[in-house]
Design a protein around this ligand. Structure first.
Ligand SMILES: Nc1ncnc2c1ncn2[C@@H]1O[C@H](COP(=O)(O)OP(=O)(O)O)[C@@H](O)[C@H]1O
Ligand SMILES: [Mg+2]
Length: 253
């Protein structure tokens, strides 16, 4: 019995777009090329450019059109920021970074902040012992102050959902919102399994924008269970780990 893994963010996004209910949560996403870059920057002002087959936030770039007076464009990769007077020059520079690989350009979401640092949410859904999908964990990830990604393997700090949302929502609102994000994640699992019957666990990256609207950034078929161990309360981690061990993700210690 093996776990089905799906690497292509492009393929997974297109599968989710089949569902009218999930569509509204997916930021517009296209394959990277000059035309799509231009169109998306004109429409959204800020986009993320990222590898079709990426992990750990590697190669992820935040690209912006500068406001009126300044004119031009800028992008950030890791901690390096570069600016350009024209789209042509911006594109040339991105193409060098991309170096022949397949990349996506996705509408950028202005992430909610905690202590002036961006954060997003990871929801874990797994098949349980009855083969039913269960939302087994929810956690936040706070970006390193100098970076544009929240990944733990890229300087991000795992933190409880409750703590990160405490300056934005009341305890009751937080409870309801967490339930909503878990339900969206279960709906994602049910949609994806129609196309990928062998998937067993998913880690769903969810952005929350300034209006507190949730957006699905990506879905991982090989999510890291261990970020949940960073939480003081180990309840979620224990269950997640136990499920993962049961289908062979980790060797039991
Ligand atoms: N469209 C976007 N808007 C805002 N932030 C984004 C967007 N896409 C990615 N990010 C940030 O970059 C991180 C890494 O991107 P992601 O698509 O999850 O790729 P990876 O597979 O490398 O984790 C996300 O967790 C988020 O912090
Ligand atoms: Mg991710």
């Amino acid at each position: 019995m093996s776990i089905q893994l799906v690497y292509s963010k492009w393929e997974k996004t297109n599968v989710l777009l089949h569902s009218p209910a999930l569509r509204e949560y997916i930021p517009s996403t296209k394959l990277f090329n000059k035309e799509n870059l231009q169109l998306m920057l004109a429409e959204y002002g800020m986009v993320y450019v990222k590898p079709v087959n990426g992990t750990f936030g590697k190669g992820v770039m935040r690209v912006e059109r500068l406001k009126q007076a300044a004119k031009g464009y800028k992008y950030q990769l890791n901690t390096t920021i570069r600016t350009f007077p024209t789209l042509e020059l911006l594109h040339q520079s991105l193409v060098k970074r991309i170096n022949g690989r397949r990349y996506l350009v996705q509408r950028g979401i202005d992430l909610l902040r905690h202590k002036n640092r961006r954060f997003d949410i990871r929801v874990m859904v797994q098949r349980n012992e009855n083969n039913h999908w269960e939302a087994t964990g929810i956690i936040g990830r706070l970006a390193h102050p100098a970076k544009v990604v929240t990944n733990y393997h890229n300087g991000g700090t795992p933190m409880s959902f409750e703590r990160l949302l405490s300056s934005h929502q009341s305890p009751t609102q937080k409870m309801i919102y967490a339930m909503r994000l878990k339900q969206i994640s279960l709906d994602i699992a049910k949609e994806l399994e129609k196309h990928y019957p062998g998937i067993k666990e998913l880690g769903i990256d969810i952005a929350i924008d300034q209006q507190q609207r949730p957006w699905i950034l990506e879905v991982n078929t090989k999510p890291d269970a261990f970020i949940f161990r960073k939480l003081e309360d180990k309840t979620m981690f224990r269950k997640i780990y136990q499920y993962a061990v049961s289908y062979g993700r980790y060797k039991k210690k």
